[in-house]
Write a protein that binds this ligand. Structure first.
Ligand code: ADP
Length: 442
């Protein structure tokens, strides 16, 4: 416990009084022998020497803490006691810190995720056991090495340089085993230091791939029986239209026909999504004449829309896109189909394709009912529909925007949705400049 201030004051008062008494005694002694000044000088010399001896002892003890401090006198005793107490307290604190650091290291070593501390110059400062196993780091030898020399993935250096703030993780094959996949995250902290967290997501990847294969296989298997059913239903619809034996079944047969057509569209969309996920990036790319593609698709839509909406096109002539034609076509078709589906008759739809500011934008706007803000972040989820009854009855599958998002990801493009209830919607696809070809492409 700390010494209270008044106690310190009292000790120093006592020391002062003791000095005064000592000097008074020396003066009296000097008076007796008629040498007051000499007596005072000798008394001061003795007093100072005493303090020098204690100061020397203190210095020696501070320099060699293992030597036990000698007993002091007066104020020196208190100084010794206080210093001794301070030292003991520091020793206890050091011990506690050591045990906390020990516990921290033991717990981080036991973490299933790899953790690597990297300094401002990209050198490894510390890593745990999991990091050693996942990233093939060698304890002792790799400390102080540049992490980019050890994790040799083409995108890793760029990822490390750009990760000034916590961003999306990077998925890379494990340097320890190519068949495993790691998810890497960078967490900046302190003075330009970074923590690299590596997680083994191989199992998750395998499950995702199994799920994808399952959906693709199930959709594929359902396709043939559904085609047979649809064939018979078509025949039965014709039969029921004539006043034949099935006339009484006309309404249910029509409904079955409509629902089976819807099932067919869902299966086709699921298969398209599965293809996008599995082989999307392998598809051939070419320069796509966007103005021509948009004009062609809009002409088809105008025909099928039969004048219910006004559809306008505003495209920048000569601005082409380098990409996968089937995917880009599905982006345009899905967005225009949605705009027509959700905008009431008499509404206005505009398809724009323009470049500028180092990017190009495909925008499909409508003056339909708009979308409430809370739905916007979820629209691209599979089967997410705001009004499922409305979507289904109008031929929607709930998969259109999921297909759009996937196709855009394959072109490093982003989907932005600007919409407000009652004020229509605009779906904007922003393509990076390296994808653009032709007029004012930059
Ligand atoms: P769907 O096949 O149901 O249209 P999508 O994935 O294409 O599925 O769209 C998801 C949902 O987003 C739709 O069900 C609809 O509620 C909403 N939506 C999409 N486009 C528009 C639009 N232009 N205006 C209003 N709502 C829209």
């Amino acid at each position: 416990m700390d010494l209270p201030a008044n106690e310190v004051r009292r000790i120093w008062w006592m020391a002062g009084l003791r000095l005064a008494a000592w000097l008074l005694a020396a003066a009296l002694f000097g008076l007796v022998f008629d040498h007051v000044t000499l007596a005072l000088l000798i008394a001061l010399a003795i007093y100072t020497s005493g303090h020098l001896i204690f100061a020397y002892q203190l210095h020696r003890w501070l320099a060699q803490p293992r030597v036990e401090p000698r007993e002091g006198v007066g104020v020196w005793q208190d100084i010794y006691t206080e210093l001794y107490r301070l030292k003991q307290r520091n020793r206890r604190r050091k011990k506690r810190l050591k045990s906390i650091v020990g516990e921290f290291q033991a717990s981080t070593a036991a973490l299933p995720d790899g953790a690597v501390v990297i300094d401002g110059r990209g050198r490894i400062v510390w890593f745990n056991n999991a990091a050693a196993a996942l990233l093939a780091l060698r304890a002792g030898q790799d400390n102080g090495q540049r992490i980019v020399n050890l994790v040799r993935h083409p995108r890793f250096a760029e990822f490390l340089a750009s990760a000034d703030q916590v961003g999306a993780p990077l998925e890379v094959p494990s340097p320890a085993n190519d068949t495993d996949t790691l998810s890497l995250r960078i967490v900046p902290y302190g003075n330009s230091q970074r923590l690299l967290v590596a997680r083994d997501i191989s199992e998750q990847k395998r499950l995702e791939s199994t799920r994808r294969d399952f959906v693709a296989n199930a959709s594929h298997e359902l396709r043939t029986p559904l085609t047979v059913l649809r064939g018979y239903l078509e025949m039965m619809t014709e039969e029921s239209d004539d006043a034949g034996a099935l006339a009484a079944w006309r309404t249910p047969i029509r409904e079955m026909d409509v629902q089976s057509a819807r099932m067919g569209r869902i299966i086709e969309s699921l298969l398209r999504l599965a293809r996008l996920e599995s082989e999307g990036l392998a598809q051939a790319q070419e320069t796509i004449d966007m103005p021509a593609l948009i004009q062609r698709l809009v002409a088809d839509f105008r025909k099928s829309d039969e004048g219910r909406h006004q559809i306008d096109v505003d495209v920048q002539p000569g601005l082409s896109l380098f990409g996968r034609p089937a995917e880009i076509e599905s982006v345009v078709s899905n967005l225009v189909a949605n705009a027509l589906r959700y905008t009431p008759t008499g509404g206005h739809v505009v398809v724009r394709w323009r470049g500028g500011h180092g990017a190009a934008q495909l925008a499909v706007s409508d003056d339909g009912p708009g979308i409430a803000t809370e739905h916007l972040p979820r629209l691209t989820e599979r089967f997410y529909r705001i009004d499922s009854g409305r979507s289904s009855s109008d031929g929607g599958t709930g998969l259109g925007l999921a297909i759009v998002k996937h196709s855009l990801e394959h072109h490093e493009a982003e989907l932005h949705i600007d919409s407000e209830l009652g004020h229509g919607s605009t779906f904007r696809c922003v393509f990076p400049h390296q994808r653009l070809v032709g007029a004012n492409a930059a």
